[in-house]
Design a protein around this ligand. Structure first.
Ligand code: E4P
Length: 213
């Protein structure tokens, strides 16, 4: 599974880049707003740090506006992926951008039928929001499994980005059911390194080594 960082914080991305396993980055208007900087500036910085797909979301709500914005954002760098909301307009824009060979990420996906429509119109990625479904007592992992089955049934090339992941159990679960990508907040990735028994074991090894010298 590929691991994307879900953030608009350039400092976090710089720190994560040294790990060597970050395959891409996703942003959204809320994450960009937190950075306090214009989206174009943030995306320009990110493409210089991570050599992989970088999702940048359109703000327009009509297909024509989305396509216009998407074409502008795509000019920043060939790795930029245009994030489109899962609406009727977004799906129309997806078709047009895909025909221009501009990569797309259909976001705010909460049902497998929505994912099917995005795949039909050539989306490069769909982003089902697992955590937000769990938040309201629905079954987030079941959605990822359904989409995996549908895409495999018909050999759709659209990749599944399991999004809105809240903790490391989410990461393990989406990897188990075959998400192509997990997009993960910095803090959650940091947590994936740790296990108390690893720490205890290492402390003991170092202590024994020090005592033997
Ligand atoms: C995905 O692309 C979104 O940016 C993100 O995963 C949303 O996560 P949230 O539900 O924590 O806001």
């Amino acid at each position: 599974m590929e691991i994307f960082l879900d953030t608009g914080d350039v400092e976090e991305i710089k720190q994560a880049a040294r790990w060597g396993f970050i395959d891409g980055v996703t942003t959204n208007p809320s994450l960009i707003a937190k950075s306090g900087r214009p989206q174009t500036e943030v995306i320009c910085d990110i493409v210089n740090i991570i050599d992989g797909p970088i999702s940048a979301e359109v703000i327009a709500t009509d297909a024509e506006g989305m396509v216009r914005e998407g074409r502008e954002l795509a000019k920043i760098h060939p790795n930029v992926v245009i994030k489109l909301p899962m609406t009727e307009e977004g799906i129309v824009a997806c078709k047009e951008l895909s025909q221009d060979e501009i990569k797309t990420n259909v976001t705010l996906v909460f049902s497998s039928n929505q994912a099917l429509l995005a795949a039909k119109n050539g989306a490069t990625y769909v982003s089902p929001f697992m955590g937000r479904l769990d938040d309201i007592g629905h079954d987030g992992i079941a959605l990822i499994e359904e989409i995996r089955t549908i895409f495999d049934n018909y050999a759709f090339q659209t990749q599944i980005i399991a999004a809105s992941l809240r903790h490391s159990i989410h990461v393990r679960d989406v990897a188990m059911v075959g998400a192509d990508v997990g997009t993960i907040p910095f803090k959650v990735v940091k947590g994936m390194f740790n296990h108390p028994m690893t720490k205890n074991g290492l402390d003991q090894f170092l202590k024994d080594h020090a005592n033997s010298n």
